[in-house]
Design a protein around this ligand. Structure first.
Ligand code: BF8
Ligand code: SF4
Length: 626
C-alpha cells in the first residue's frame, strides 16, 4: 500500500506542532511570507548586473539604461542561472577527483571498483598494463581534474555519446571544452555589455549544461563508483520512520559521498556502537536527506529519511543528535532550528559555511579522524535529548535501490534469452519497448519546491506513467519521493499496466528504478547513449523523455540543458524565470529543437504535464512505426 501525500502532510503537521512548542520557524511559514513573489523576478526581467541598475523591464520602460531589451536580460539571467548549476555539480565532481587522488591502500579512501577504473583509463587512452592500481587511480584523478582546465579540446567523456550526437554538438558549436572555461565563458558572456542576442545566450547555456552532464557530473559519478563501489540492487527503507527513537540518530545531508561514506563507516565501528550503548542508546542509526542520502542508499542500503523539503522535519522529530552536512541544498534554517532542539548542526565544507553551526572541517587527508569526531559528538549529544519533544512519525516504506547502468544491464542479462540475445547490452529492454510491452521511459528527476504541493507531482506523475506501461528511472529528490511513497517497493508492480507489471515480475525489479543522486543523471545519459547505440537509432528517436516537475535549483536548469542538448525532450513543472521574454521562451520550447533535436515543455498543471509526456512518447513510437 502506498503512503499518500495526505499522510506525509499529516505527519508534517504533527511535527510542526512540536516546532511551535519550541518557537521553531519552518519553510511553510517563510514561504507564506514570501508570496506572492516579485513579478519582475519571476518573469526574469530584472537586471542588476551593473551598478547603473537595477533595471526592470515594463511596457513603459522597454530597455535598461544600457539599452538592453527584455530578451537580452532574460537570456543573460538564464545563462547565469545555468552557470551556477554547472559550476556546482562540476565542483562536486572535482572534489571526488581530489578524493580519488588521496586514495591509499591503507585507507580511509580505497579503490573499491578497480575494474571500472581500468575501463575508464582505457577509454581515455591511458596505459593500464602492469600499473599499480593506486598509481593508476592517482593518474586518472589528475587527468580528471585536468578536464576542468584543459587548454585544448573538448571533454573526454563526450566520446561515450553516439556518433550522431557528437556530430550535433560539433556542428552547433556546443561541444563543451574545459569545464571551468564553460562556466567562466558563461559569466563573461552575461557580463554587462557582452551578449544580449538570445541565440548566443541559449547556445552557451546548452554548452555549459553539457560541460556539467558529460563533464563534471559524469566525473563525479564515475569516480565515486571507483572509490565507493558501483551500485547494485540493494534493499533499504525510506521516510522519517527510518529514524530509531532508542538510537543515536545521525542524519547525513548534502551531496558529496566523501563525507557520508566516512560517517557510515565510523557509525558502524564496534567501538563507536559500544560507546553509544555506554551513553544510554541502543545503537547508532545513520539516515540521510537529499542526494548524499541517495549516494549511501545506493551503495550501502542506508535508509533515506527524506528529501529536500523534509530536511527540517528531521530535526523536528526531536530525535536527531546530529545533522551533518557537506554542500548544496542545505537550508541555512537548520542552524537556528537545531538551536531549538538538542541537535548539533555540523557543517564540514569551506564551500558551505553557515551561522549557528559547529564547523568541523572535513578533509580527504584527515577524513577518518574528522568522521570519528563527528560520530562521537553525536553520541555524546544523546543524553541532551528532551524526551517530551521526541516524536518520530511511524511511516516508512521498503525500497529496492542501486540501479546503476551496470546493474540495469546485469538485470537485463538475467531476463535475456542467452540463445538469441547478446549479453551485456540494453537489447532486452529495447525488445520490450519495440514490442510495446513497455511503451517508453521517463527520467523523473529534481527537487521539491513549495510552489508545487511537495512530492505530489513526482508521485502522481509516476503513478500515471507506470499505469500506462512507461517505466521510470529516477534520481535526486524525485527518487526519494518515490521511495517514501512506496513506488520503489517491488510490490508497486500492482500499480502498473499489464505489460510493465510482467516486466517487473520477470526482471524482479520495482517499476521505478533508483539511479542515484543528481550528478548521477549522467548515468541516465549513458543509458540513453547505450540504448541508441544498441538500437541503431538516434537518442532523439527513442521514446524517452525527462521530467523535473518540482525543480528549484540552478543545478536543475543546468541538468535540463544537458538533457535537452543530448536529444531528450524535457518537461518542467516550474518556469525557469523566462516567461518575460517570448523570444527566450520560444527558443527553449521550440527553437533549440532545430539545433539538438529536443526542447523543453513547461506546464504547471500536473495532469496536463503527464498527458503531454505520454503523447510525446507515443509520437516517437509512431514515428518509428512501433
Ligand atoms: O542535487 S534534487 S533539492 S538534493 S538539487 Fe537538491 Fe534538487 Fe534535491 Fe540533490 Ni538535485
Ligand atoms: Fe541596467 Fe544594462 Fe546595467 Fe542591466 S546591464 S543593470 S539593463 S544598465
Amino acid at each position: 500500500k502506498l503512503t499518500t501525500v495526505e499522510e506525509f502532510e499529516a505527519a508534517t503537521e504533527k511535527l510542526l506542532e512540536t516546532g511551535k512548542k519550541v518557537g521553531a520557524d519552518a519553510w511553510q511559514y517563510r514561504a507564506a511570507k514570501q508570496t506572492p513573489h516579485c513579478k519582475f523576478g519571476e518573469q526574469g526581467v530584472c537586471c542588476r548586473i551593473c551598478a547603473m541598475g537595477p533595471c526592470r523591464i515594463t511596457p513603459k520602460a522597454p530597455r535598461g539604461i544600457c539599452g538592453c531589451d527584455v530578451h537580452g536580460i532574460v537570456g543573460r539571467n538564464y545563462l547565469k542561472f545555468t552557470a551556477g548549476g554547472a559550476a556546482t555539480h562540476s565542483d562536486h565532481g572535482r572534489e571526488i577527483c581530489h578524493t580519488l587522488y588521496c586514495a591509499k591502500p591503507e585507507g580511509p579512501y580505497k579503490v573499491k571498483d578497480p575494474e571500472k577504473l581500468i575501463r575508464i583509463a582505457k577509454e581515455w587512452g591511458v596505459e593500464t598494463e602492469g600499473k599499480d592500481i593506486y598509481d593508476l587511480a592517482h593518474e586518472m584523478a589528475y587527468l580528471g581534474m585536468s578536464e576542468y582546465g584543459k587548454v585544448f579540446g573538448t571533454q573526454n567523456f563526450l566520446k561515450r555519446a553516439p556518433q550522431h550526437t557528437q556530430e550535433i554538438w560539433e556542428r552547433e558549436e556546443i561541444a563543451p571544452r574545459a569545464i571551468d572555461r564553460e562556466v567562466s565563458c558563461s559569466l563573461h558572456m552575461s557580463h554587462m555589455g557582452c551578449s544580449s542576442l538570445p541565440e548566443a545566450l541559449i547556445r552557451q547555456s546548452l554548452r555549459a549544461g553539457l560541460s556539467d552532464g558529460w563533464g563534471g557530473s559524469m566525473a563525479g559519478t564515475e569516480f565515486s563508483d571507483v572509490l565507493f563501489g558501483t551500485p547494485k540492487p540493494i534493499e533499504t527503507e525510506a521516510n522519517l520512520g527510518v529514524m530509531v527513537a532508542e538510537n543515536v540518530n545521525i542524519v547525513v545531508h548534502g551531496h558529496d559521498p566523501s563525507l557520508s561514506e566516512m560517517i557510515c563507516e565510523y557509525a558502524d565501528d564496534p567501538e563507536m556502537i559500544a560507546y553509544a550503548k555506554e551513553m544510554g542508546a541502543k545503537g547508532i542509526t545513520v539516515s540521510g536527506v537529499c542526494c548524499t542520502s541517495n549516494e549511501v542508499a545506493m551503495r550501502r542500503g542506508i535508509p533515506m529519511a527524506g528529501n529536500f523539503l523534509q530536511q527540517e522535519n528531521v530535526v523536528l522529530t526531536g530525535a536527531c543528535e546530529a545533522i551533518v552536512v557537506d554542500v548544496q541544498c542545505i537550508f541555512p534554517a537548520l542552524g537556528p532550528l537545531s538551536k531549538c532542539f538538542h541537535t548539533k548542526f555540523v557543517t564540514t565544507s569551506p564551500i558551505a559555511q553557515m551561522p549557528d553551526a559547529e564547523y568541523i572541517r572535513f578533509n580527504a587527508e584527515t577524513a577518518g579522524e574528522n568522521a570519528k569526531a563527528i560520530v562521537k559528538m553525536a553520541i555524546e549529544n544523546f543524553k541532551n535529548r528532551k524526551p517530551e519533544l521526541v516524536h518520530i512519525p511511524d511511516m516508512k516504506q521498503k525500497a529496492t535501490v542501486g540501479y546503476s547502468v551496470e546493474a540495469i544491464v546485469k538485470t537485463l542479462d538475467g531476463v535475456a534469452n542467452s540463445q538469441v540475445d547478446e549479453m551485456g547490452t540494453t537489447k532486452p529492454l529495447l525488445e520490450c519497448i519495440t514490442s510495446g510491452v513497455i511503451r517508453g521511459a521517463v527520467a523523473m528527476v529534481g527537487c521539491n519546491n513549495p510552489k508545487v504541493r511537495p512530492d505530489t507531482a513526482h508521485i502522481e506523475l509516476m503513478k500515471k506513467m507506470i499505469a500506462n506501461d512507461i517505466i521510470i528511472i529516477a534520481s535526486g529528490c524525485s527518487a526519494q519521493a518515490a521511495a517514501r511513497a512506496g513506488l520503489m517497493d517491488k510490490e508497486a508492480k500492482e500499480l502498473c499496466g499489464a505489460g510493465l507489471k510482467r516486466v517487473c515480475e520477470l526482471a524482479d525489479i520495482p517499476p521505478v528504478l533508483h539511479m542515484g543522486s543528481c550528478v548521477d543523471i549522467s548515468r541516465m545519459m549513458i543509458l540513453a547513449a547505450e540504448l541508441a547505440k544498441d538500437s541503431g537509432l538516434n537518442i532523439s528517436q527513442l521514446p524517452v523523455v525527462g521530467c523535473a516537475p518540482e525543480w528549484m535549483s540552478e543545478k536543475a536548469v543546468s541538468i535540463g540543458n544537458y538533457v535537452v542538448a543530448t536529444g531528450i525532450d524535457t518537461f518542467l513543472g516550474v518556469d525557469p524565470y523566462v516567461s518575460g521574454s517570448d523570444q527566450i521562451a520560444q527558443l527553449l520550447t521550440e527553437g533549440v529543437r532545430d539545433w539538438v533535436e529536443a526542447a523543453y515543455t513547461v506546464e504547471k498543471d500536473i495532469d496536463k504535464l503527464g498527458d503531454a509526456m505520454i503523447a510525446r512518447i507515443e509520437e516517437k513510437r509512431t514515428a518509428l512505426g512501433i
